[in-house]
Design a protein around this ligand. Structure first.
Ligand code: NDP
Length: 280
């Protein structure tokens, strides 16, 4: 079998078109322009690139955006003060604190300072708690993007055996919860899992978010499984996922490529969250 390639770029483009139409309609009907503020502290090249991409994506769909590029030496108090000002500004509906922050800044304290109603990354404990109990809230972008990828690809989640490799707060744990809410039977794996392959071979839906190339190979995949590769690793100047694509594509029924799979969905879900935070 050779798997269907799940085209994250095309699905993301389709959602961005829908979002642009929704933004235009909000503007025309209610005079509301969704607004996003991004705070970037320091000079991390990947973070700078992500922030540029977020700015560009906002422009593309008509979302107003502001970016605060703060020097590495910025104190925690200054970041918190910036957040507090943005919390009070009605034309700013979403606040995104680009992670990681420099070591001298307490990430958790800053995230908690963001008004949960403007927490478009879905990282505030209030939103995390609501997500776990299944209340309406702003969902974290990458996990939500994975669910939307599955849904728009016509892949049924209900009743399926899903295995998630990786248990981070930003991907592994929340995507497990979202799959569970959609009635999958979910198993979570991590670095202490004994015989990873034995567990992953049970998966009808396999999500891999580890951050190590080729941690999952074809022999660890059940025939016909749907494989979602979240990993982004740079190997010899090329971006590769956590799944060995060449061997996996022979076993899976559908698979996301890297790049062009989950990646394009993350910023797209950020745009959707900003619109939602603005009342859309
Ligand atoms: P973390 O480093 O926070 O978590 C990695 C997880 O993988 C941990 O739970 C760890 O286990 C587990 N792990 C490590 N080694 C193994 C192993 N050999 N077998 C099984 N599990 C293992 O990573 P993130 O969740 O933040 O990110 C994962 C990947 O996804 C990265 O490549 C990142 O770049 C990418 N990513 C991509 C995004 C996108 O938009 N495309 C967005 C976010 C992340 P333990 O808990 O025991 O240490």
């Amino acid at each position: 079998m050779s798997a269907t390639i799940i085209d994250g770029k095309a699905i993301a483009a389709e959602i961005r078109r829908e979002t642009a139409a929704q933004v235009a309609e909000m503007k025309a009907a209610k005079g509301i322009i969704p607004g996003l503020a991004v705070i970037l502290v320091g000079e991390d090249p990947a973070s700078k690139r992500y922030v540029r991409n977020k700015e560009r994506a906002c422009q593309e769909v008509g979302i107003y955006s502001e970016v605060y590029r703060l020097p590495e030496s910025t104190s925690q108090e200054e970041v918190m003060e910036r957040i507090s000002v943005l919390n009070r500004r009605p034309e700013i509906h979403g606040i995104l604190l680009q992670l990681p922050l420099p070591d001298h800044i307490d990430e958790k304290a800053c995230l908690v300072a963001i008004d949960p109603a403007k927490d478009v990354d879905g990282f505030h404990p209030v939103n995390v708690g609501k997500m776990v109990i299944g209340d309406k809230c702003l969902l974290p972008c990458t996990p939500h993007g994975i669910i939307v990828l599955l849904e728009r690809s016509g892949i049924e989640i209900k009743g399926k055996s899903a295995v998630v490799v990786g248990r981070s707060n930003i991907v592994g744990k929340p995507v497990s919860m979202l799959l569970l809410h959609r009635h999958a039977t979910v198993t979570m794996c991590h670095s202490r899992t004994r015989d990873l392959g034995a567990v992953t071979r049970e998966a009808e839906i396999l999500v891999v978010a580890v951050g190590k190339p080729k941690v999952v190979t074809g022999d660890m995949i059940r025939e016909g499984a749907v494989v979602i590769d979240v990993g982004v690793n740079e190997v010899e100047g090329k971006l590769v996922g956590d799944v060995d694509f060449e061997s996996a594509v022979e076993k899976a029924s559908a698979i996301t490529p890297v790049p062009g799979g989950v990646g394009p969905m993350t910023i797209t879900m950020l745009l959707k969250n900003t619109v939602e935070a603005a009342g859309g």
